[in-house]
Design a protein around this ligand. Structure first.
Ligand code: NAD
Length: 485
């Protein structure tokens, strides 16, 4: 049987599609209907070996090119991605179920931004010169070598680019393993990079479940691992990377606070809470799912929020008017439904939503819980779905302590018209990415990443260069060597 979105083969290695049908079959399911739309095979050890060999060979050729030459390839790839934005967005929607209204402006476009930004930086990556009297030191900024990228399922194109672009700009090769839930988009990124002139073997994609990811992480030829995934997976991958003393970037989960003071512009704050909870049907790592609202405005805030949720257009994700799509999988839907039951059982008030929609696919209505307390599971655990919890607070010190009382530290936001307070509050948030009167903006120019259990390292911005390159120090003596004997 052929499917509309069946890729040419499961893997992309050494500049070409490669298959090995002896690997486990992975069904690719369109979340809006539950139908199988493609099948790929998990990488066998032979495929992983092929990717390792190709990547090591490609990396040497790539690193020998100048930064400007490397940057040109990345920027050309960015242009191709933008030209094909429609087709890539449709594929992203097939892969994830996210509405085209979102994918057409957020996925291939942000992937292209990363390729363009790091393509622009590639030519200006340098070491430095340090004069020491007549002697001197210079540093060389060198690539790490072979980097492994492992992706989550919520942003398959973006994650493939956010990891690939800085890695390649610095002269590394990459083997990327997409999530088994969304294996299609990264193959297109690899194909486009080849078309843009990337030497073979520099960017490879292999499919598979966690076991394939684990085999990549433990391979002694791998120098760096960048994971986007949950905290439990992060702990395993970080530990495995530590055994090989490998570099890591960990982009993990969160349970981020969004604090709304009573002087906030209410409409803006409600809009911020919607962006912080329901974009991509709530499947965003940095979501502000604990919405702390100051006592005096809580009732008004909740009423207006519920009213605006009524405007969500839930339907065919390919229809540009649709603004709310399904969960990515039956499994994720069941996790979310489980938390809805838990919230009710714990005594929170379900204001609206949280019901499975009676049709094919993995649909649920966006949910708001009011009267949530800090100890409830829905306030402590990452749900990764469209479930917003409203918690009431009285004063600033109290809300900061409660906002920070979590193992996570990915993001945090504050809505207030008092700018002094906004900066004071943000300075105290234990979170890597903060927002004032906004939520979930992630421009490529700004560092993105977590504190505490939410991660290690930063993606995007010049900061990412530090995580994909290393310095070699060279001492140069100009005079005679004075040895003691
Ligand atoms: P997950 O942790 O289940 O899987 C992530 C990836 O890791 C998948 O590709 C999976 O196959 C792989 N994997 C699993 N076990 C592995 C192992 N032992 N060794 C190597 N690889 C292994 O996460 P998910 O369910 O795909 O994604 C949702 C999670 O990702 C949420 O927790 C979310 O917050 C997080 N996330 C974080 C960011 C961020 O930038 N901080 C972005 C998106 C998603």
């Amino acid at each position: 049987m052929t499917y509309p979105t069946q890729p040419k083969a499961s893997h992309y290695i050494d500049g070409a599609y490669v298959d090995d049908t002896s690997g486990d079959v992975i069904d690719v399911i369109y979340p809006a209907t539950g139908e199988v739309i493609a099948k790929v095979h998990a990488a066998t050890p032979a495929i992983v070996e092929q990717a390792m060999v190709a990547a090591q060979k490609g990396q040497k050729i790539w690193a020998a090119m100048t930064g400007t030459e490397r940057g040109r390839v990345l920027r050309r790839a960015a242009d191709i991605m933008r030209e094909r934005n429609h087709d890539l967005s449709v594929l992203e929607t097939w892969d994830t179920g996210k509405p085209y209204q979102e994918t057409s402006v957020a996925d291939a476009t942000s992937g292209a931004d990363a390729l363009e930004y790091f393509g622009g930086l590639a030519g200006s990556l340098t070491g430095e010169h340090i004069q020491l009297g007549e002697n001197w030191v210079y540093t060389r900024r060198e690539p790490l070598g072979l980097c492994v990228g492992i992706g989550a399922w919520n942003y398959p194109t973006q994650i493939a680019c956010w990891k690939g672009a800085p890695a390649l700009a610095c002269g590394n090769a990459m083997i990327f393993k997409p999530s088994e839930t969304t294996p299609l988009c990264a193959l297109k990124v690899a194909e486009i990079l080849t078309e843009a002139g990337l030497p073979n073997g520099v960017y490879n994609v292999v499919q598979g479940m966690g076991a394939v990811g684990a085999s990549l992480v433990t391979d002694p030829r791998v120098d760096k691992v960048s994971l986007t995934g949950s905290v439990p997976t992060g702990r395993k991958v970080y530990a495995a990377a530590a055994a090989g003393i490998k570099h890591v970037t960990m982009e993990l989960g969160g349970k981020s606070p969004l604090v709304v003071f009573d002087d906030a512009d209410l409409e803006d704050a409600v809009g911020g809470a919607i962006l912080a909870n329901f974009y991509s049907s709530g499947q965003v790592c940095s979501n502000g799912t604990r919405v702390f609202v100051q006592k005096g405005i809580r009732a008004r805030f909740v009423a207006r929020l519920a009213e605006r949720l009524g405007d969500a257009v839930i339907g065919d994700p390919m229809d540009p008017n649709t603004s709310f799509g399904p969960m990515v999988s039956e499994r994720q839907l069941q996790i979310v439904l489980g938390y809805i039951d838990k919230g009710v059982a714990e005594g929170a008030r379900l204001v609206c939503g949280g019901e499975r929609i009676d049709k094919k696919g993995f649909w649920i209505t966006p949910a708001i819980f009011d009267g949530v307390t800090d100890d409830m599971a829905i306030a402590r655990e990452e749900i990764f779905g469209p479930v917003l919890s409203v918690l009431e607070f009285s004063d600033e010190d109290e809300v900061i302590a409660r906002a920070n009382d979590t193992e996570f530290g990915l993001a945090a936001g504050v809505f207030t018209q008092d700018l002094k307070r906004a900066h004071r509050v943000v300075a105290q948030f234990e979170a890597g990415t903060c927002f004032i009167n906004s939520y979930n903006d992630a421009p490529v120019e700004a560092p993105f990443g977590g504190m505490k259990a939410s991660g290690v390292g930063r993606e995007n911005s010049k900061a990412a260069i530090e995580h994909y390159s290393q310095l070699k120090t060279v001492f140069v003596r100009m005079g005679k060597v004075e040895a003691p004997f």
